[in-house]
Design a binder for this molecule. Structure first.
Ligand code: EPU
Length: 426
């Protein structure tokens, strides 16, 4: 996107009041977009968040041969067209901008029998290997060579296999799924990721004509269908639980009463449980979550990140932020990405008392944070710094907010609509 990201300025705010609607999940829509490589036709994906990663994925798919546009008449509707002419080569310039693009590997192999995809780089929060993606696809009959930074993949024909993942990796599960749906025979993926976004992809693939059973469970059974049996489909993206969690966290530090419309309580049970233990009321409603926080100080607790349905690593920067102003000491343990504590230094600039040791952070609550200039190191940490800024006395100037734009649909506008003292300056 060409617009200049500028800065976010946040000041101490609260109480927040009103209603905010949560858009679709980044970590689902990007995979749904990749799935359109599998077969020709016109797809309509609705509830699409207005985020930069969707635009970047759109550019990558355009390079591969699938065009897309956001329908100006219907907000949040992405129309995608696969006319059948696919170039199975994902170039470095696009892959390095968005790690999720590795999920084009499975569908490209399934569709074209060959694929050349640039190796994705690491993130600001550490090494992120793809060995499980490759091992799983190999079991389905693909071979790989790594040449000059590219994965060169080919297959003489994919076949079903029994695959047990060493760890329930989201991306590996999705890549294997998108190849297995058209492999000859049956595939069983054991220890599969169970995230709601993975289930969303399964549901989309099934509506395209795939046959996946066990959706949402750790064992996925895929009965391969002939490629020609798949057809384009329409789908509404599942609500973004991390964006929802961000508005809940904002109310927790600013106090107030807000309805987070569209949020799916059943997808964020562990997060809601922890918030309640801290003294925040979070009540599931028919179409969202009602969150209420009064003037009492939050209570500290310990938390560790785990694959779904455990406490998601993507919530962790928000939780660390809540603990910085809570009463007592909380220990946060990161079990997915050991390096994902980069934002701690930024929170310390606001006066937070945090010590890290390996994959643990010990957070001692202070009575007030103080505004300061900080830098957003990644998407989720950027959002957490915004929440911290709303709790801090004075002004917090957040730079590098292009990270926030990758995954948040108008975070500033939505928070401002709830009464937060926040603005975007260019
Ligand atoms: N891993 C391996 N080998 C692999 C794959 C993963 O060792 O082949 C390791 C990773 O290094 C990590 C762990 O397994 O330590 C989990 O990785 P996973 O594959 O589950 O994560 P991902 O698919 O790369 C997605 C989300 C992340 C989210 C994680 C965990 C997308 C685009 N990204 O990443 O979201 O943190 O699952 O839930 O879906 C974000 O949205 O900001 C974000 C980072």
């Amino acid at each position: 996107m060409s617009r200049s990201p500028g800065y976010i300025v946040a000041r101490r705010s609260g109480p927040l009041e009103g209603e905010v609607t949560v858009p679709g999940a980044k970590n689902s829509v990007l995979k749904l977009m990749a799935a359109t490589l599998l077969t020709n036709g016109r797809y309509e994906i609705s509830n699409v968040p207005g985020i930069d990663d969707v635009a970047t994925m759109g550019e990558l798919l355009a390079a591969l041969g699938v065009t897309s546009y956001l329908d100006p008449a219907r907000p949040g509707v992405l129309v995608m067209e696969n006319s059948g002419s696919i170039t199975p080569e994902a170039p470095y310039e696009l892959v390095e901008r968005i790690r999720a693009s590795i999920v084009v590997l499975g569908p490209l192999l399934a569709r074209c029998g060959v694929a050349r995809v640039s190796m994705p780089g690491g993130d600001d929060f550490g090494k992120r290997p793809i060995d499980m993606h490759l091992k799983g696809l190999e079991a389905l009959g693909a071979t790989f060579e790594l040449r000059r930074g590219y994965i060169e993949a080919r297959t003489e024909g994919l076949h079903g296999a029994d695959i047990t993942l060493d760890f329930p990796s989201v991306g590996a599960t999705e890549n294997i799924l998108m190849a297995a749906v058209v492999a000859k025979g049956a595939t069983v993926i054991d220890n599969a990721a169970r995230e709601p976004e993975v289930a969303d992809l399964c549901n989309f693939l099934n509506s395209m004509g795939a046959s996946i059973e066990g959706v949402g469970s750790p064992t996925l059974y895929v009965h391969g269908v002939p490629q020609g049996d798949l057809s384009a489909a329409n789908h509404a993206v599942v609500a973004d639980r991390v964006q929802a969690a961000t508005y809940l966290a904002a109310v927790a530090v600013c106090q107030g009463e807000v309805v987070v419309r569209g949020a799916r309580a059943e997808h964020m049970e562990m997060y809601l449980r922890r918030l309640r233990e801290m003294g925040v009321q979070a009540t599931p409603q028919q179409d969202g979550i009602l969150v209420y926080a009064d003037s009492r100080r939050l209570r500290s607790l310990d938390v560790q990140t785990l694959p779904y349905p455990g406490f998601a690593t993507d919530y962790k920067p928000l939780m660390v932020t809540l603990l910085t102003v809570a009463d007592g000491v909380g220990i946060v343990t990161e079990n997915l990405y050991p390096g994902r504590f980069r934002y701690v230094e930024e929170l310390q600039r606001l006066g937070a008392d945090i010590r890290t040791d390996g994959h643990h952070a010990v957070v001692r609550g202070v009575t007030a944070l103080e505004g300061a200039p900080v830098r957003a190191p990644d998407i989720r940490a950027g959002a957490a710094l915004v929440v911290a800024g709303l709790a801090a006395v004075g002004e917090t100037l957040i730079s590098d907010v292009h990270h926030v734009d990758r995954g948040y649909d108008d975070l500033v506008g939505r928070l401002a609509s709830l009464g937060a003292d926040i603005e975007r300056i260019r």
